[in-house]
Design a protein around this ligand. Sequence first.
Ligand code: AMO
Length: 426
Amino acid sequence: MERILVKDTTKKIGKKVLLKGWINNLRDHGKISFIDLRDRSGIIQVFATSELSNQVHTQSAVEIEGEIKNRPEKLINPNLETGKIEVEASKLTVISKSRELPIDMGKEELELELPTLLDLRPLTLKNPKQTQIFKIQAEIAKNFRDAAEALDCTEIFVPTISASATEGGAEVFNIKYYDKEAFLTQSPQLYKQIMVGVFERVYTISHAYRAEPSITTRHLSEVVQLDCEIGFIDGFEELLNALEFVGKSLVKVGVKEKPLVSTKIPRLKLREAQKIIEERTGRNLTKEMDLNPEDEIEICAWAQEVHKSDFVTITHFPTKKRAFYTMPDPEEPEYSLSYDLLFRGIEISSGSQRINDYDTLVKAIKERSLNPKDFEMYLTAFEYGMPLEGGFSFGLERLTMKLLNLQNVREASLFPRDMKRVDKLL
Ligand code: AMO
């Protein structure tokens, strides 16, 4: 008999079927038991005699043959797609047996502390609530590809090993590379810019590494970034429009609590945002060069209340606080043509218009006490015709965390890395 998926069982009432999957839960009632069978498409209840079920443990991989039947009216489960039916098992074969479980996997929501949840990842990820986080994450990534393609960007794949600690800052991982030293890239930035000189518009989904010096609920040491870079732009406005178009596209996923998306996302210069925060909280931020986490929460609360928007775009950060490649605003060069997109209280994306003139770029590199020699490959692209350009990068885990209202960004990473953890605690 050919295997069918759980999602197709509703069309097979009265028929004999073969299902394959894992035992998500097993309720033993003496002579009979109820099994929740989970496959990639869903969950279905299986009714089995104890002779069939007494050898199996929860999470074992099994094959079940049986007949699909309507459930008695009072046993219908409205929370399950297959809640009106069940399988009456005639044969149960264990493909691979599960050991005794170290935790209770029978609950809808795993009641575990985060370290246990992460230590037992291969098991805890099988919990449907956990699985759902990463289904949503896959939807976000798909939406990103669709939005970037709609902007006519070409997908590129860039290296994550670099010969120099490029973007500056202390948060770089050194690696031993044969008998030399190398670094893990902090972002695909330099390569995506080079590729604008080739394709004009590009996008990439890539891993980025940050040796974050502290443990917070919003920082990981390895992240997935969703980057776009666009050439021959007419100006800054075009970049903001692209950023917000992609942002709005990313959040069109199957979550219960739909994001508030207004037609026009509110846009504020950093100083305007700081003024609003001061009016609301009394905190004077005029000397601050950036928004701290508390400020991000406050300005997002303002955007929700006043503009019914979970998004707010902040522009014009001080030039010296942004990376060397950021274009200063020609009208006010201490401020830059840069932006952050905030969503539900956190920065989920960042970007800018870039310096596209070779000499200005070399000067900006030197001004930050970096060495132009370390940027040889990158700078070459600016010697051979770099158009006006800019781009942005979304953090996949932060976006997933906020869309699902998770408390810690680690819950939105399959195998999170931080100062204390690589798979397990170090
Ligand atoms: P930035 O450093 O702001 O910009 O990163 C872009 C986005 O990536 C996510 N992110 C992180 N998420 C979790 N933990 C971290 N340690 C972490 N670091 C970054 C955030 C952030 O908004 N090259 C520029 C982008 C550009 O200018 O195009 C860059 O990397 O969501």
